[in-house]
Ligand binder design. Structure first.
Ligand code: PEP
Ligand code: MG
Length: 897
């Protein structure tokens, strides 16, 4: 089996085998660009080593043969005391993992060959500096010696010579340092620094293999979702030197600006230096323009090469290069990383230039990048001081006064103040505060904690799990790691894109992209004509151009989850073609909760009817406003879903009240009676209890009230000449019989309203599919349902048996850590389990009823990976929070090209 490949043998498509760096070195070699000769040891060798603990048979011989070939071509020998060949040994996995793995430079130097290098280069200082670097790098990466040991020694040397920079050390100093470094190697490992160059090479290769599994590399892969078993390739490349004097140097460059996407080359150059000096930021670099002054010929050649690379890769490339005594060498290239803004601009530019087509343009940007551009951001130029960090739970930049309870947040917001709600963790009682706040900060919980999920849903900035902060809700303050106390009312700033927390106000700039997205989807033109085109070379134009193509290409419809008229209007303006989920529970909380309480606890028909009569006009007004905001578009209204206890007084509070009253000798009979009622209705597992359709069947008046309110709202709007399109959705259905009962009841009510108002009403009745049983009996359920909407939050909860409210704080961290799953199934759909249920149910539902509309309205509706899955199983629509609508439009299109 071939494990070793010459640079001239591969090409850019071989990333799996040769790693990204190796494949691109091969590609550049094929293009005839000046790449120093070398060879790549394939990932297959690394995988063999990682699974068996030893190099595969034949690897040593193959390396030997390629080395011999390299020696022949360069006319030098590794370790030759007269004129040594030196090589670099670099890692290079399929996916770039910047700075995560190891590199050893100058392999081939020893006590003899350093003399030859000095003679050949005519630069004794350079030779000893190269040797010094080898011993240090080898000591650190191959032998695992703490780099601090070498640094101390280097610092001591500089101090004794009274110089600031290592460039000021002379050959004799460096020679002394080599001795010291070798001594460190000996004392730390009990062995001498290896003088045999081939042994150096073999050990360095092995060290690169091993670096695949360092802690930081594993962590990086987990974050970036790179599989753990790919392994890395190893590139062995002839050394060229940028540190041979003023006519040498090294640099990095980009074919376009990776920060802004602006056209034109962009880069840094450092004369008389080696690669790692640029990255380490030891000295200040020069701009490429200065290179033109220093070495016009190399500069011109470099620009030429960059143009060739861009034309070849049809994308932004970044490169590393070295100039050795006036000769330019290419050390690396790859399609470069870029910011979200640059991604959109570059994709649109390349499409405008005709270099890529419009579908390719879509594949060059990601929904998450669009999401980033949609959030307000902290002014990058503004000074700020980070006091702690946590999870970047929901992006955005929020500034406000710290409030430690929901009521305060609500009260302050009502007075026009910006508020950040600070809690240890949030629960449903905090909803009001979260709605009112600019941002939410918690010291506990992860990216799928209540705070995170709800905040993301509302497009609210959120940072969770800032464990370094001690939040004391009782005293209404939190303490930072350095002991600073932040009290209620103090201003703080949080960055939901990075998880950072700042004291005081950091200035925020709004997103021009959001404004433009709103304006264009309104009717294509702005009132003041600010943004009517997508032809400019700026981020906004680029986003508009990409979105137009996305809307042309996507098959999936995108609706929004919205339950207020404001949210409905926002969603519509951001391109939603309807509401996929209007949750009605919040309409029964707050001041109205008391009325619901009376309804539930009513002992006689009159009391019950009185409560219903009070609620109905309120409900009707809720629906009229939302239906009006979505005039002409479907609005799926879900009948009441939450567990009963949410509408009743808190059991503990009430028990205390009754006990206290009794203890004081003034028993409260009414409270005691209420308590016994609440106790009777109390459930151990409310999420599996009397909620959704179950509540509707036990207290049919509740659902009937809602259906009547919907029908009356629709009739009223129709009478005004509007086109309301409500759809009634029943939650938590497990059996078709449940749905049939509600459907019949709803049918009667709608018919009654029709008769009363004289308006003919057709209101489809459908169901959520959020229990495994309903998914598995979709055939039957579709007989009674006119549409399905998958509630993948509950479906995930009930399929895995995970409590969606608790897992985050308990075992999910362990599960993520140990790889049971790479990402929470509440965040991204578990395609194998939950996804399979969705797919089967959608299919069987359509078998029963070919015109069945099938959508999804769980959190997954706004998650890119999940959207790609829903496209693959041909659902009709996804529904997500208003703010995610553009992201979903883009990802739906990307999923279908
Ligand atoms: C769901 O369960 O996926 C859903 C959308 O309903 P809720 O989140 O309101 O339970
Ligand atoms: Mg649900």
């Amino acid at each position: 089996q071939q494990y070793v490949f010459d640079f001239a043998e591969g090409n850019t498509r071989d990333k799996e085998l040769l790693g990204g760096k190796g494949a691109n070195l091969a590609e550049m070699t094929r293009l005839g660009l000046p790449v120093p000769p070398g060879f790549t040891i394939a990932t297959t060798a690394c995988r063999h080593y990682l699974t068996t603990g030893r190099e595969p048979d034949g690897l040593a011989q193959q390396v030997g043969a390629h080395l011999a070939d390299l020696q022949e071509r360069t006319g030098k020998r590794l370790g030759d005391p007269e004129d040594p060949l030196l090589v670099s040994v670099r890692s290079g996995a399929k996916f770039s993992m910047p700075g995560m793995m190891d590199t050893v430079l100058n392999v081939g130097l020893n006590d003899m060959s350093v003399v030859g290098l000095a003679a050949r280069s005519g630069d004794e200082r350079f030779a000893w500096d190269s040797y010094r670097r080898l011993v240090q790098m080898f000591g650190k990466t191959v032998l695992g010696i703490d780099d601090g040991r070498f640094d101390e020694s280097l610092e001591a040397c500089k101090k004794s010579r009274r110089v600031d920079s290592d460039v000021d050390l002379d050959a004799a100093d460096l020679r002394g340092l080599v001795d010291e470094f070798k001594h460190i190697v000996y004392t730390e490992t009990g062995r001498d620094f290896p003088q045999d160059p081939r042994q150096q090479l073999d050990l360095a290769i092995r060290a690169v293999f091993d670096s695949w599994n360092t802690e930081r590399a594993r962590l990086y892969r987990r974050q970036e979702r790179i599989p753990d078993d790919l392994g890395t390739a190893v590139n062995v490349c002839t050394m060229v030197f940028g540190n041979l004097g003023p006519d040498s140097g090294t640099g990095v460059a980009f074919t376009r600006d990776p920060a802004t996407g602006a056209q034109g080359v962009y880069g840094d150059y450092l004369p008389n230096a080696q690669g790692e000096d640029v990255v380490a930021g030891i000295r200040n670099t020069l701009s490429l323009a200065e290179l033109e002054r220093i070495d016009k010929a190399s500069y011109d050649q470099l620009l030429d090469i960059m143009a060739t690379l861009e034309r070849h890769y049809l994308d932004l490339c970044d490169i590393e290069f070295t100039i050795e005594r006036g000769k330019l060498w290419m050390l690396q290239t790859r399609v470069g990383k870029r910011t979200a803004a640059a991604a959109f601009r570059i994709a649109a530019q390349l499409a405008s230039e005709g270099l890529i087509d419009d579908d390719e343009m879509l594949s060059r940007v990601r929904g998450e990048q669009l999401a980033q551009l949609m959030f307000p951001q902290f002014d990058p130029a503004a000074p700020r001081e980070v006091v702690a960090g946590g999870m970047a739970a929901s992006p955005g930049a929020a500034v406000g006064k710290a409030a430690f309870d929901s009521a305060t947040a609500v009260a302050w917001a009502r007075d026009g103040e910006d508020v950040i709600l600070v809690r240890r963790e949030t629960n449903p009682d905090d909803l009001g505060g979260m709605v009112a706040a600019r941002g939410v900060l918690t010291s506990r919980g992860g990216k799928t904690s209540h705070a995170a999920v709800v905040a993301r849903g509302m497009g609210r900035t959120c940072v969770t799990g800032v464990e370094a902060l001690r939040v004391d809700p009782g005293r209404k303050e939190f303490t930072t790691p350095d002991g600073t106390r932040v009290k209620e009312g103090d201003v703080i700033s949080i960055d939901g894109g990075t998880g950072e927390v700042f004291l005081g106000e950091v200035p925020v700039v709004p997103s021009a992209v959001v404004d433009a997205l709103h304006e264009v989807t309104d009717d294509g033109v702005t009132e003041d004509g600010v943004r009517t085109t997508e032809d400019g070379d700026d981020v906004v134009s680029a986003v508009l151009r990409v979105m137009r193509q996305a809307d042309r290409r996507r098959r999936l419809d995108v609706r929004a989850n919205a339950d207020t008229p404001d949210d409905a209007a926002r969603a519509r303006s951001l391109g939603a073609c309807g509401i996929g989920l209007c949750r009605t529970e919040h309409m029964f909380l707050g001041p109205r909760r008391r009325i619901v309480e009376r309804l539930i606890l009513a002992r006689d028909d009159d009391t019950r009817q009185a409560a219903l009569d009070e609620l109905r006009p309120l409900q009707r007004a809720d629906f009229t406003d939302i239906l009006a905001a979505m005039d002409g578009l479907p609005v799926t209204i879900r009948l009441l879903d939450p567990p009963l206890h949410e509408f009743l007084p808190d059991l503990t509070d009430l028990s205390v009240r009754v006990a206290v009253a009794e203890a004081t000798g003034e028993p409260d009979a009414a409270a005691a009676e209420l308590l016994s009622e609440v106790q009777r209705l109390h459930e151990q597992n409310p999420m599996l209890g009397m909620r959704g359709v179950r509540l509707g069947l036990v207290i049919p008046e509740l659902f009937t009230l809602q259906v009547r309110a919907i029908a009356e709202a629709a009739a009223e709007l129709r009478q005004q000449g509007r086109e309301p399109r409500p759809e009634i959705m029943v939650p938590l259905v497990a059996a078709v019989q449940e749905l049939e009962a509600v459907r019949d009841l709803a049918g009667e009510t709608i018919a009654q309203v029709s008769k009363e108002t004289g308006v003919e009403l057709t209101i489809p009745v459908g169901t959520m599919i959020e229990l495994p049983r309903s998914a598995m009996t979709a055939h039957q359920i579709a007989e009674a349902a006119e549409f399905f909407s998958f509630g993948t939050n509950d479906l995930t909860q009930t399929t895995w048996g995970f409590s969606r409210d608790d897992v985050e704080a308990t075992f999910f961290p362990t599960y993520l850590e140990s790889g049971v799953f790479g990402v929470s199934p509440f965040e991204s759909i578990d395609t194998e389990g939950v996804g399979r249920l969705v797919s089967i149910a959608a299919w069987e539902g359509k078998e029963t009823r070919p015109d069945l509309k099938v959508g999804i309205c769980g959190e997954h509706g706004g998650d890119p990976a999940s959207i790609h899955f829903f496209e693959s199983i041909l659902l009709d629509y996804v529904s997500c929070s208003p703010f995610r609508v553009p992201v979903a439009r883009l990802e739906a299109a990307r999923a279908s090209v």
